[in-house]
Design a protein around this ligand. Structure first.
Ligand code: PLP
Length: 218
């Protein structure tokens, strides 16, 4: 399926005006589709699967900033550590520790976001506030990791009030922990194709958009 260039231009415009970073989520989409957007100037792409990300990284232009937005397993960090731009889904100290180790091995600092659980569904990954507090308190032990902010996914729901309240909660946590020592909060990653407008209204400055740009996934 072709990339929706009209949608992209409109979204790009909106994001520039509102100072929001647009991450184009290209999971399960072809390298041709990615290049179509890249040629329009898009540099930030998000992927969910390690193997797929590595394969795309190898063949695509090296100035693409790759965001890992899926569930990160500790034993797979090593594959993306040499090049990943931002890992959105960090939700345990164990993972933080492994990212720190791989960052040192690769002689670089790796930027991450802490994933918070805001949706009502049981299946979504992420931390609660107690876990966030605990991880922020040990952040100084992992100096090769830069904690750049928070990420969360709202419920898949038609209920706008519910979605809005979940985003509000995430923004509240973002503001509360932004000035903690050893973190460098800058990005609040919330909002996908179906709910990004609400997310931006509630303070998001990084949205992750897949199907709106690339069409539905199989
Ligand atoms: C797939 C995915 C997206 C993009 O979803 P769309 O609804 O297609 O925009 C955003 N964030 C995460 C974490 C995802 O897994």
């Amino acid at each position: 399926m072709a990339v929706n260039k009209i949608k992209y231009q409109a979204l790009f415009q909106e994001c520039s005006v509102k100072n929001v970073q647009l991450v184009a989520v290209s999971k399960l989409k072809s390298t041709e589709d990615i290049l179509d957007l890249y040629q329009l100037g898009q540099k930030d792409f998000g992927e969910n699967y390690v193997q797929e990300l590595v394969a795309k990284y190898e063949v695509l232009p090296k100035d693409i900033r790759w965001h890992f937005i899926g569930h990160m397993q500790s034993n797979k960090v090593k594959y993306i550590a040499p090049f990943v731009h931002l890992i959105h889904g960090v939700d345990s100290e164990k993972l933080l520790k492994e990212i720190n180790k791989q960052a040192i091995k690769n002689n670089r600092t790796i930027q991450v976001l802490l994933q918070m659980h805001i949706a009502q569904e049981e299946t979504k990954f992420g931390m609660d506030e107690a876990e966030l507090k605990a991880i922020v308190e040990v952040a100084h032990l992992y100096p090769a990791v830069k904690i750049m902010g928070l990420m969360g996914m709202a419920s898949f729901s038609e209920d706008e009030v519910k979605i809005r309240n979940e985003f509000k909660q995430l923004k509240t946590w973002f503001d509360k922990y932004a000035d903690a020592p050893a973190v460098d909060f800058k990005y609040l990653s919330m909002g996908m194709s179906g709910d990004f407008s609400i997310a931006i209204e509630e303070g998001s400055n990084m949205i992750r958009i897949g199907s709106l740009l690339f069409g539905a996934r199989n």
